[in-house]
Write a protein that binds this ligand. Structure first.
Ligand SMILES: Nc1nc2c(ncn2[C@@H]2O[C@H](COP(=O)(O)OP(=O)(O)OP(=O)(O)O)[C@@H](O)[C@H]2O)c(=O)[nH]1
Length: 711
């Protein structure tokens, strides 16, 4: 793969890459016209034209079976009686075939095409060749190593991999070049925005975490070599990768003293913390479904927001003509959010009941703020999908965000989901409406996203009036299940797990507060794995800055009290949202949101490329090697491109070569980050941090699991 600059990306936007019939060599022409009638016969009941069939054959290496699979996936079937099937021998000729026939008539040549027709072999596109001239055959991915060795070019045959003598000896006369085929448009009949993901249930459990091993200098090379030592189906590629991974250079961090300030009994401290399970949940859903109001109501009814505060917010919202937003303003705190009545960024708050702890993340529902919503989901264990019962269809349609949010949540490793059917006051508390919505959402979650039905809970609510949020509702007499708060307590117990204190410490920075001192900074985020104590030294990737953790604090409110407490911690553990005060930094400027903090003894090396299993949603244009997109990871976005398509994975688990990716494909690909390196973990190292979302032109087009890091 050669270099790729910004100009290339702009060029790509206006260019149709991929199939060009004129560029086929003779061998490919033979294969195309051998396979085309067979594919046409199979696809006769599908709304697909001949040009598209040719392109599909080309992209599937002329395999009729694979091409037909692609036709079935991407093209509508039409009723037999509407299809006028012309017998092959009588059908009108395409422009290409007409030219070929003219040529045959002039040369008297016979070709190889099956079914009694003369083939195009040796005729089209090669017309400028003289009969004596040797032809070049391009390599095919299915060719074996051995074949490559026997056909390896000699030094004086640069670029020529196999020399074929022409079989025909008759003189070939020249024809004008064929008009070029320009468009590559095989997915135009695909519904444009239906989001649907073929999700394969991960084999590893969602939590607790598998052991994460962050590699030190020599570990990395050893581990990579060991991983790749076993022979695989694609040995040659694996060997190359091993070589690349082994060459990763790891910067040695500057030595910083790493000793906890205080000697504590770690097990006792962890036992104390774990006596209260801790759940982080994100509220997602279509714009205006009532997410902020629902959270505001929860906080108010738990006594965390007092009447005085709510009264003040009601007066302020009244003054702005937005009185219905008073509860929402508990979470929507910025001027922009309040004046527009729309949540713009995530807002997070921690609360503590007598028996449990919760982190609540409010996310934006507007389609322009999906990146912020992705950030919120990546910090949560559980999603609460909030549905507006009064306008369910607009949120659930392909233009709405309900399906997109659910798809992203599942792709980012959220295995449990609570669905609140909200604003039921507007539907006169109708059970029929509630049941119908539950059925549709359940079907989507189970059938399309492969959620386990046992991990889904449905709750009817009115956030505005407070029905069934914390207090049971008198209006919902037909509902006998738990309130939303009771469901959250059940879920907290279900997801809680014992933290492995030996897991390496990893934390993604979600916020930074500057300090008046040059070598100090306060960073906050959720601890993704392991434990940390004041006094220990940390490394921050990608800059590899090192610092000492001076103090650790947690900010939370207790149920029944509106006082917000900032508690200093002797130790912090996985799952907690913390503020770390860092000292002795050589430079604060290099530290950014999305950076990854590890212990200084476990440096995480940033990379520019990674291999990943990419699950595509419904997309309008095929993805080809070189296609640019934006990668979302750790709360930041990075311009990237598809660097290599290794294979696509069929529904029955077989892998196939393919030159492009289309809707709902699952593929193993290599992604290249274009502007900066990122510190990444594979999905085997961390179930959640090893996942990415990709977007293009403002739409989420797919999600991936990182399989390997490539230098
Ligand atoms: N009738 C009724 N109205 C509600 C309910 N919940 C919220 N609303 C109203 O719906 C509007 C939007 O509420 P928000 O809480 O801002 O909605 P949101 O989902 O947080 O909005 P975004 O974050 O911008 O997507 C406000 O006018 C609320 O008063 C409810 O249960 N019943």
């Amino acid at each position: 793969m050669g270099g790729f600059d910004d100009d290339d990306l702009h060029d790509y936007e206006n260019e149709d890459l991929g199939f060009d019939e004129d560029a086929l060599n003779d061998d490919e022409y033979d294969q195309l016209y051998d396979a085309l009638p067979k594919l046409k016969a199979l696809a006769k009941n599908y709304q697909v034209d001949e040009k598209a069939l040719k392109e599909i054959l080309w992209s599937n290496y002329f395999s009729v079976e694979d091409s037909f699979e692609e036709v079935k996936q991407n093209y509508k079937r039409e009723y037999d009686e509407y299809v006028w099937v012309v017998p092959d021998g009588e059908r009108p000729m395409s422009k290409l075939e007409l030219l070929a026939q003219q040529r045959r008539e002039r040369t008297g040549l016979r070709g190889l095409r099956s079914e009694g027709r003369e083939g195009l072999s040796g005729l089209l596109g090669r017309v400028k060749d003289t009969p004596k001239r040797e032809r070049v055959r391009r390599p095919r991915p299915t060719e074996t190593k051995q074949e490559e060795q026997t056909t390896a070019p000699k030094p004086d045959e640069q670029g020529v991999e196999e020399i074929q003598k022409p079989e025909e000896t008759e003189p070939i006369c020249l024809l004008p070049p064929l008009p070029s085929t320009t468009s590559f448009n095989i997915l135009t009949t695909t519904p444009s925005s239906l989001i649907s993901l073929l999700f394969v249930r991960p084999t590893e459990p969602p939590s607790p975490l598998p052991n994460i091993s962050l590699y030190t200098n020599s570990d990395l090379a050893k581990k990579a070599a060991a991983n790749f030592a076993k022979p695989g189906p694609d040995d040659r590629k694996v060997e190359n990768l091993t070589e690349k991974v082994a060459k990763i250079k790891i910067k040695e961090p500057k030595p910083v003293a790493s000793k906890p300030k205080q000697k504590i009994n770690i097990d006792a401290e962890l036992a104390k913390k774990n006596s209260k399970p801790n759940l982080s949940f994100v509220v997602i859903g279509h714009v205006d479904s009532g997410k902020s109001t629902l959270i505001g109501r929860l906080l108010y009814d738990l006594g965390i927001v007092d009447s005085k505060t709510l009264h003040k917010l009601t007066k302020e919202s009244d003054a702005m003509g937005k009185s219905s937003f008073s509860l929402a303003w508990i979470m929507d705190q910025t001027q922009e959010e309040r004046s527009r009545g729309v949540t713009v960024d995530i807002c997070q708050t921690q609360i503590e009941t007598p028996t449990q702890k919760f982190t609540i993340i409010d996310s934006p529902g507007h389609k322009d703020y999906v990146p912020q919503m992705i950030n919120g989901v990546s910090q949560a264990d559980l999603a609460v999908m909030n549905i507006d019962a009064n306008s369910f269809e607009s949120g659930f349609s392909n233009q709405g965000q309900t399906k997109e949010h659910l798809t992203i949540a599942k792709s980012l490793g959220i295995e449990r989901c609570v669905v609140t059917i909200n604003k039921l006051d507007v539907t006169q508390w109708s059970q029929t409406v509630y049941d119908a919505i539950c059925d549709q959402i359940r079907q989507f979650l189970v059938d399309e996203l492969a959620y386990d039905a046992a991990n889904l809970v449905f709750v009817p609510t009115s956030g505005f009036l407070g029905d069934n949020v914390v207090k049971p509702s008198k209006n919902l007499s037909w509902y006998t299940g738990p309130t939303l708060m009771q469901v959250l307590e059940q879920e907290n117990r279900a997801v809680s797990h014992v933290v492995d204190k030996k897991s390496p410490f990893v934390m993604v920075i979600s916020d930074i507060q500057e300090s008046s001192k040059n070598d100090e900074l306060v960073i906050s985020g959720r601890i993704n794995s392991g434990i940390i104590q004041p006094g220990e030294s940390v490394s921050i990737s990608p800059s590899q800055e090192v610092a000492v953790v001076d103090s650790i604090s947690i900010t939370a409110s207790s149920v029944g009290s509106s006082v917000i407490k900032h508690d200093l911690q002797k130790l912090a553990q996985e799952g907690e949202f913390v503020e770390l005060k860092l000292k002795k930094l050589a430079s604060c400027e290099n530290i950014k949101i999305g950076d990854v903090v590890t212990l200084a003894s476990n440096v995480l090396q940033p990379v520019k490329k990674f291999k990943c299993e990419l699950n595509l949603f419904n997309i309008e244009r095929p993805l080809l090697v070189g296609t640019p997109f934006v990668l979302f990871k750790n709360g930041i976005s990075v311009p990237s491109r598809l660097s290599e398509i290794e294979s696509i994975v069929t529904k029955d688990g077989r892998s196939k070569k393919r030159r492009h990716l289309s809707s709902n494909n699952k593929a193993v690909v290599v992604v290249e980050l274009l502007e900066r390196e990122l510190p990444l973990l594979t999905v085997a190292q961390h179930h959640k941090l090893g996942r990415v979302v990709v977007r293009k032109d403002g739409l989420s087009i797919g999600a991936g699991k990182i399989l390997e890091l490539v230098a």
